[in-house]
Design a protein around this ligand. Structure first.
Ligand SMILES: Nc1nc2c(ncn2[C@@H]2O[C@H](COP(=O)(O)OP(=O)(O)OP(=O)(O)O)[C@@H](O)[C@H]2O)c(=O)[nH]1
Ligand SMILES: [Mg+2]
Length: 398
């Protein structure tokens, strides 16, 4: 699972990416600071099942801190997209293609309205962040429509003649875009198209289908960034204008400072916390003290920096992911080496037991006999949808 960070230049995408991943990609107050995609890993929080009793866990992929598991999520930061990106403006072609594997997008906008459509600095309030959302949607739709549309008519008629399935034909065209067949079917249902005659779809109908596909297959969320320089009323106005897309106000810069200060041992702070504490005030320079005082105002005005919440809303509410724990011993919740709850996996909500087996290992999926619920000890059939936080053993022939 990968979350793409998108938006126009100079809104704070790389700052948000650095805050999430604690990497160090360049950030600067001018457009096109980022010219290549950067990939990194962040984490979302869930309560660890070890808190239900039976002793501590032995985390492998997802660390456990005081009963909270931090489950890894891949993030990709791409260069800024400008209007006309799908036609190659500002190298937009290439940048959009870097987003193919992303399962959903967090669009960063400048809530202060102090950057124009190309990311140049303008007076605060002179640009409207809701315009950023509108133009980016058009770029993403045009990009998908173009991928879909290359030599469409001729090939679609070929499929009609051979009696092929339209969803398979569309799936092949969209390869690499990380769009599963059920989403293609949902988009087909959602758009008024003649499924038996894709060769007759007009260019406008293909664009309408691309829009529906974007809606069902690539969930989005808006991070209203630089909220440290804006008022809650501005975030509310943005949410009003772009509904139904969810808006999470963020102060990426503040969060990055706090995460780095925590790493340096200067403050105590966990991402998502509603406050932080200074560890050793005497070690701080006056500049650092002033910066932390500014950050306190963010917590007073907004409750948190919003950065962790933005990622968790994206993963849990928009991408409908849950965390499950495959184990080999359903009584002790251990793997073959006696490690307790070693793996915490992000999977789609309601994933069938056998599909989880495949995710753990192809052999486990192929040889699947049944799963066993680690809490009730009941057997679960191959198509049984797994609940969030499930601890499951997979019984397999292989
Ligand atoms: N006030 C404020 N400034 C921020 C915040 N986040 C980022 N910035 C500033 O915004 C400017 C642009 O940040 P970047 O992270 O480089 O933005 P970007 O969207 O990656 O830019 P490109 O790579 O050029 O598209 C920098 O000067 C950041 O310090 C924030 O939360 N508040
Ligand atoms: Mg950048």
């Amino acid at each position: 699972m990968e979350v793409g960070v998108v938006g126009k230049p100079n809104v704070g995408k790389s700052t948000l990416f650095n805050a999430w991943t604690l990497l160090d990609v360049p950030m600067a107050p001018y457009p096109f600071t980022t010219l290549e995609p950067h990939r990194g890993v962040s984490a979302v929080r869930v309560p660890c099942p070890h808190t239900e009793g039976g002793g501590p866990c032995t985390p492998g992929n997802a660390k456990c801190v005081d009963g909270t598991r931090w489950v890894p999520v891949s993030i990709v930061d791409v260069p800024g997209l400008v209007p006309g990106a799908h036609e190659g403006k500002g190298l937009g072609h290439k940048f959009l293609d870097d987003l193919r594997p992303a399962d959903g997008f967090v669009q960063v906008v400048d809530l202060t309205g102090a950057t124009d459509a190309e990311g140049r600095i303008v007076a605060p309030g002179s640009s409207d962040p809701s315009d950023e959302v509108g133009f980016l949607e058009e770029e993403l739709v045009a990009w998908i429509a173009e991928i879909l549309g290359r030599d469409f008519e001729r090939q679609a008629r070929g499929v009609e003649l051979e009696g092929g399935k339209v969803e398979e034909f569309l799936g092949q065209r969209l390869t690499g875009l990380s769009i599963p067949t059920p989403s293609i079917l949902a988009a087909l249902r959602g758009s008024d198209l003649d499924r038996d005659h894709p060769g007759r779809w007009s260019a406008e109908q293909r664009v309408a289908f691309a829009r529906e596909l974007l809606r069902v297959a690539k969930p989005r969320l808006v991070a209203a960034n630089k909220c440290d320089r804006a008022a809650p009323a501005q975030a509310a106005a943005l949410a009003d204008r772009i509904g139904p897309l969810p808006v999470v106000p963020t102060a990426a810069d503040a969060e990055l400072t706090l995460r780095r200060a925590t790493r340096a041992g200067l403050v105590d702070y966990r991402p998502g916390d509603p406050q932080f504490t200074v560890r050793a005030a005497e070690k701080l320079t006056s500049g650092q003290q002033a910066a932390l005082a500014e950050i306190r105002k963010v917590f007073e005005g907004w409750g948190s920096t919003g950065v962790q919440r933005a990622l968790e809303s994206m993963v849990f509410e928009r991408l409908h992911q849950i965390v499950v724990y495959p184990v080999e011993d359903e009584t002790h919740w251990t793997d073959g080496k006696g490690r307790r709850l070693p793996d915490a996996l992000l999977v789609p909500a309601g994933i069938p037991a056998r599909a989880l087996a495949y995710r753990v290992h192809t052999d486990l999926g192929e040889g699947f006999i049944r799963a066993i619920d680690g809490r009730t000890h009941r057997a679960l059939a191959a198509d049984h949808p797994l609940a969030p936080n499930s601890v499951v053993r997979i019984v397999s022939r292989k």
